[in-house]
Design a protein around this ligand. Structure first.
Ligand code: NAP
Length: 351
C-alpha cells in the first residue's frame, strides 16, 4: 500500500510519455497507476506497446502494466500528465477536464487560451489564480494547466529574473536538439552535418508564449507583457538540450554586474516551497567564455535548471547572452511535474 497520490499519463508510449515515466520513478508524492495511449496500444503490456527510447529499460513495474485507451472512466486517476500527439490532444484533454480530471499538459493545444495558465513556476506561479475562472467559464469540475514549448522555457527562465529591469525588445535565435521533434523525428540524412532553419510554428509559439508567461494575471485574464519578441528557430544535430542566443533591450540599462546578480540570486515559488523537482537554483550563470554547451550543461540539476553564459554588451539592443535547458526534461516532463507539485502544495489537486 502507498499513500502517494495516484497519477496517470496520457500519451504514455511516446517520447515525452517515456520521460514522464522516468522522471516520476521514485517520486515522493506521485505514483503512476494508469497509462493511456491510442487504440493502437490499448490492451497491450507497456513493454509491447512502447518502443523505449531512453537509456536503460523502462521500470519493471511499468513494463508489465496494461496500456488503456484514453477515455475518462472510474479507474482513471484525478491527476493526469498529458504528452499526447497534438492532433488529438484538444478534444481528449477537454473531455478529461470536463470529467473532473486535472490535466497537466505538455501539448501546445491549450497553451494560448486566455483562461489556461501557461506556467514556468519560478516565473509566473501567480497565473494559477485564473483556474477558478476557467472552471466557471467552461463548467468543468477539472482543469487544464500547461507548460510552454521547449525552446520558450529556456528563454523565459533566463528572462524571468530580468523582468524587473523592464523588458522592451528581445531577439532569440535557437539551436534546438533533435529529441524535441519526438521519435523518429528529423530524418538522419536531413540533420547529420546540417542545420535546418525551420521548425513548423515554433517561432510563433516562442514569441507569443514568452509574452504570456512574462505577462500579468488577474483572476479573469492574463495580460501579455508589452514587449516585442522575435524568434529564429533552427534544428541542429544535438540529441538533448535547446540552446538560445538572446539579445535584450531594457527600459532601464542595468550594469553587467546587476544582470549577473539578478540571474544568480533568482529564486521562485518552487525553491521557496522546496518542491521535490525544483532545482536549487533555477538559473546558473557560467563565467567560462565557451559555456553553456548542451553536452556539458543540459543535465544540470537533473535537467531542471537553465544555464546562462556569455553575457556581453549588444551593440544593437542592451545585452546579449546564451541560455540552455534540457528540452525533454525542463522543456516537457520535468516542467509538467513541477507544475503539478506547485498545484499540490496550493491545494489545487484536493477533492
Ligand atoms: P510522440 O512520441 O509522437 O508520442 C505521441 C503520443 O500520443 C503516443 O503515446 C501516442 O500513442 C499518443 N497518441 C497518438 N494518437 C492518439 C490518440 N488518438 N489517442 C490517444 N493517444 C494518442 O510525441 P512526443 O514527442 O512525445 O510529443 C507529445 C506531445 O508533447 C506533443 O503534443 C508535443 O508537441 C509535445 N512536446 C514535445 C516535446 C519534445 O521535446 N519532444 C517538448 C514539449 C512538448 P500510441 O503510441 O498509441 O500511438
Amino acid at each position: 500500500m502507498t499513500n502517494k497520490m495516484e497519477v496517470g499519463i496520457l500519451g504514455a508510449t511516446g517520447m515525452v510519455g517515456q520521460q514522464f515515466i522516468r522522471f516520476l520513478e521514485g517520486h515522493p508524492w506521485f505514483e503512476i497507476t494508469w497509462l493511456g495511449a491510442s487504440g493502437r496500444s490499448a490492451g497491450k503490456r507497456y513493454s509491447d506497446a512502447a518502443k523505449w527510447n531512453l537509456s536503460g529499460d523502462a521500470p519493471d513495474r511499468i513494463r508489465s502494466m496494461q496500456v488503456t485507451e484514453s477515455v475518462a472512466g472510474n479507474s482513471v486517476p484525478k491527476l493526469l500528465f498529458s504528452a499526447m500527439d497534438a492532433s488529438v490532444a484538444t478534444e481528449i484533454e477537454r473531455a478529461f477536464a470536463a470529467a473532473g480530471h486535472i490535466v497537466v499538459s505538455n501539448s501546445s493545444n491549450h497553451r494560448m487560451e486566455p483562461d489556461v495558465p501557461l506556467l514556468v513556476p519560478e516565473v509566473n506561479a501567480c497565473h494559477l489564480r485564473i483556474l477558478p475562472w476557467q472552471k466557471q467559464l467552461r463548467g468543468w469540475q477539472g482543469a487544464i494547466v500547461t507548460n510552454p514549448n521547449c525552446s520558450t522555457v529556456t528563454l523565459t527562465m533566463a528572462l524571468g529574473p530580468l523582468k524587473p529591469f523592464g523588458i522592451r525588445r528581445v531577439i532569440a535565435t535557437t539551436m534546438q536538439a533533435v529529441s524535441g521533434a519526438g521519435y523518429p523525428g528529423v530524418p538522419s540524412m536531413d540533420i547529420l552535418g546540417n542545420i535546418v532553419p525551420y521548425i513548423g510554428k515554433e517561432e510563433e509559439k516562442m514569441q507569443e508564449e514568452t509574452q504570456k508567461i512574462l505577462g500579468t494575471a488577474t483572476s479573469e485574464r492574463i495580460e501579455p507583457l508589452d514587449a516585442l519578441v522575435s524568434a529564429h528557430c533552427n534544428r541542429v544535430a544535438v540529441i538533448d538540450g535547446h540552446t538560445v542566443a538572446v539579445s535584450v533591450e531594457f527600459e532601464s540599462n542595468p550594469s553587467q554586474a546587476e544582470v549577473i546578480e539578478a540571474l544568480q540570486s533568482f529564486r521562485g515559488e518552487p525553491q521557496k516551497r522546496n518542491l521535490p523537482s525544483a532545482p536549487a537554483a533555477p538559473v546558473h550563470y557560467l563565467p567560462e567564455q565557451d559555456r553553456p554547451q548542451p553536452r556539458r550543461d543540459a543535465e544540470r540539476e537533473r535537467g531542471m535548471a537553465c544555464s546562462v553564459g556569455r553575457l556581453r554588451p549588444c551593440p544593437v539592443l542592451h545585452w546579449k547572452f546564451v541560455a540552455l535547458a534540457h528540452n525533454t526534461i525542463r522543456g516537457a516532463a520535468g516542467a509538467a511535474v513541477l507544475n503539478a507539485e506547485l498545484m499540490f502544495v496550493e491545494g489545487l489537486l484536493d477533492g
